[in-house]
Design a protein around this ligand. Structure first.
Ligand SMILES: Nc1ncnc2c1ncn2[C@@H]1O[C@H](COP(=O)(O)OP(=O)(O)O)[C@@H](O)[C@H]1O
Ligand SMILES: [Mg+2]
Length: 262
């Protein structure tokens, strides 16, 4: 008698040969990447590399010129609503209505996702993100770290399979950053997947299972942080950057160059 084996679920994200152009300028040029369930994937790249645009294409906010985008096996371009229902999104600069009390913001966004949150659920959620005391405050009265926590809460209100976080810890103090990492790791523990962008090599090494380095719209390399060091530590461009043992940052600068981008 044959054993019944449940088919493996599709990857949380499968991007094949993505191209995105603004006008005649192609800024994402052949990006392919796959993110498994329960995986945290980091996209590293200098300013203007195409990180936000890649995320925007997955979110359906910009149109792909070519390529295939599948979220949990659902085609983003052909079934945008079904795909979006599986996504949680925190934009690069999360800003909510400055004057609204944060409880109302949580309710409002819950409503947008079709979740009717009771007062008890909101209260529980606020407690969970350490904003219980701030419940009645307006968004603009929160500190940067508190705003970021609220943004992550709102992005995960509908328990999405894949969370897209664009520079989630930019501008946070070390305590808030660690707090956010813990939240992200807890989501991974719940078998959720995360695609985040960051400029912090420390962050990439601390929380990402795998990372890719992107520049000029093209992925230069993909792997675990340790694999990237192994793979590139003898590259003369990387060796030239190293002060002692090769670090992920040496690999990053070696592959993307030391010229400053704005
Ligand atoms: N809405 C837009 N219209 C035209 N060009 C854009 C737009 N958004 C971004 N770009 C350009 O596309 C490139 C990639 O930008 P972006 O994806 O924001 O990079 P990153 O997030 O890696 O800093 C940059 O050269 C940027 O100037
Ligand atoms: Mg960006």
């Amino acid at each position: 008698m044959g054993e019944v084996i449940a088919p493996a679920p599709p990857p949380a994200l499968d991007v094949t040969d993505l191209q995105v152009a603004y006008g005649s300028r192609t800024v994402v040029d052949g990006v392919s990447l796959t993110i498994s369930r329960g995986e945290i994937f980091g996209l590293l790249g200098p300013n203007g590399a195409g990180k936000t645009t890649t995320l925007s294409a997955i979110e359906g906010l910009v149109k792909a010129k070519s390529g295939t985008l599948l979220v949990d096996g659902v085609h983003v371009q052909q079934q945008p609503l079904e795909a979006k229902a599986r996504l949680g999104v925190q934009l690069q600069s999360s800003s909510f209505q400055a004057e609204l009390p944060i409880e109302q913001i949580a309710k409002l966004y819950g409503g947008l996702y079709g979740m009717k949150l009771s007062n008890e659920q909101i209260q529980e959620g606020m407690r969970d993100i350490g904003l219980e005391q701030e419940r009645g405050k307006r968004f603009k009265q929160l500190s940067g770290g508190q705003q970021q926590r609220l943004a992550l809460f709102v992005a995960t209100i509908h328990d999405p399979l894949l969370l897209l976080l664009d520079e989630p810890t930019a501008g946070l103090d070390p305590q808030s950053r660690r707090g956010l990492w813990r939240r992200i790791e807890r989501l991974r523990g719940d078998n959720r997947s995360i695609l985040l962008t960051t400029h912090s090599m420390e962050e990439a090494q601390a929380v990402c299972d795998r990372v890719a380095i992107i520049d000029h719209g093209t992925l230069l390399t993909t792997g675990t942080p340790a694999e990237l060091i192994d793979k590139h530590e003898h590259d003369p461009r990387v060796v030239a950057e190293a002060h002692g043992a090769v670090t992920l940052e040496d690999v990053f600068i070696g592959l993307t160059g030391s010229e400053i981008r704005d």
